[in-house]
Ligand binder design. Structure first.
Ligand SMILES: *[C@@H]1O[C@H](CO)[C@@H](O)[C@H](O)[C@H]1NC(C)=O
Ligand SMILES: *[C@@H]1O[C@H](CO)[C@@H](O)[C@H](O)[C@H]1NC(C)=O
Ligand SMILES: *[C@@H]1O[C@H](CO)[C@@H](O)[C@H](O)[C@H]1NC(C)=O
Length: 253
């Protein structure tokens, strides 16, 4: 019995030690973020990271992401089987189920919305079979429901999307998509040629800013090169892992 109790106490200590070690290592990773703002850990400025009156000091200052983004993204369930009908029905469902009232306002189209061939100006255009009315019309529909529309592209230096690599297209050619009334851009990491995300993601931030429209910039660089240490001034959010799915095994990654 005593032996069992000792074993139990040991286990408790082990668990405490584990949490202590993880919090120390998390602090060590966050510390460089805070160094320029005073005492790196538990200093007088530590609380300001979470202080909303300090908005813009620790994050991209485009007025967005004062709280985490909430809504729907087409990829996990539909993958490439999307259409403007799916997007419209989803917008309708967010409203009719009451989710929109709870803050789930983003309706985000993922990969496969565009035609494989670009237009004569070298711009991405919606697939005429699945998005015949175009992105502007879809944005108007979604906005009419009080929701926001998101779209997708890729930060591969010479390609545009995961489904169809397109070689040799400069980033500026993609910005027109978001100026067509879109509120959110997910920027993926396919065909990245091993170029660090720190180099590939800022140009789109600047291009989005130059449109004058407030566009949520979601970095999807798969957690490469510890985005928590540098992405705060590049995007409104960044993903920390590879794709997840609706299984506990995958969420644990
Ligand atoms: C694609 O989506 C449509 C509904 O929009 C559905 O009827 C069809 O079964 C789906 N196809 C596949 C292969 O999942
Ligand atoms: C552009 O960037 C400046 C400087 O960070 C910021 O004040 C402004 O709100 C941004 N504008 C848009 C539309 O994102
Ligand atoms: C989800 O991820 C787990 C863990 O990686 C994998 O075993 C499983 O096959 C995936 N399920 C689907 C539906 O992709």
């Amino acid at each position: 019995m005593a032996k069992q109790k000792l074993g139990y106490t040991f286990l408790v200590y082990l668990v405490i030690l584990f949490f202590f070690a993880s919090s120390v290592s998390a602090s060590a990773r966050v510390a460089p973020l805070l160094q320029s703002y005073g005492n790196p850990i538990f200093g007088s400025n530590f609380h300001t990271v979470y202080d909303t009156s300090m908005y813009g000091v620790f994050q991209l200052s485009n007025g967005l992401a004062t709280t985490p983004q909430m809504g729907w993204n087409s990829w996990n369930f539909f993958a490439c089987n999307i259409s403007e009908r799916v997007v419209k029905e989803t917008a309708d469902a967010l409203v009719s189920t009451g989710l929109a009232d709870l803050g789930y306002v983003y309706v985000n189209i993922d990969d496969c919305w565009s035609a494989v061939t670009r237009n004569l100006k070298g711009q991405l255009v919606p697939d005429p079979k699945t998005f015949p009315s175009g992105i502007k019309a879809l944005a108007d529909y979604v906005h009419g429901k009080g929701l926001k529309l998101g779209i997708y592209s890729d930060a591969g230096s010479q390609s545009l999307q995961c489904s169809e690599p397109v070689i040799g297209i400069p980033i500026e050619k993609d910005v027109h998509i978001v100026s067509a009334g879109v509120d959110y851009l997910k920027y993926d990491n396919c065909y990245n040629l091993g170029i660090p995300p720190k180099e590939r993601y800022p140009p789109m931030r600047d291009a989005l800013n130059a449109t004058g429209r407030k566009i949520f910039y979601s970095l999807c660089e798969w957690g490469v090169d510890n985005p928590a240490l540098w992405a705060d001034k590049v995007g409104n959010s960044w993903r920390t892992t590879d794709d997840i799915n609706d299984s506990w095994a995958r969420l644990k990654l």
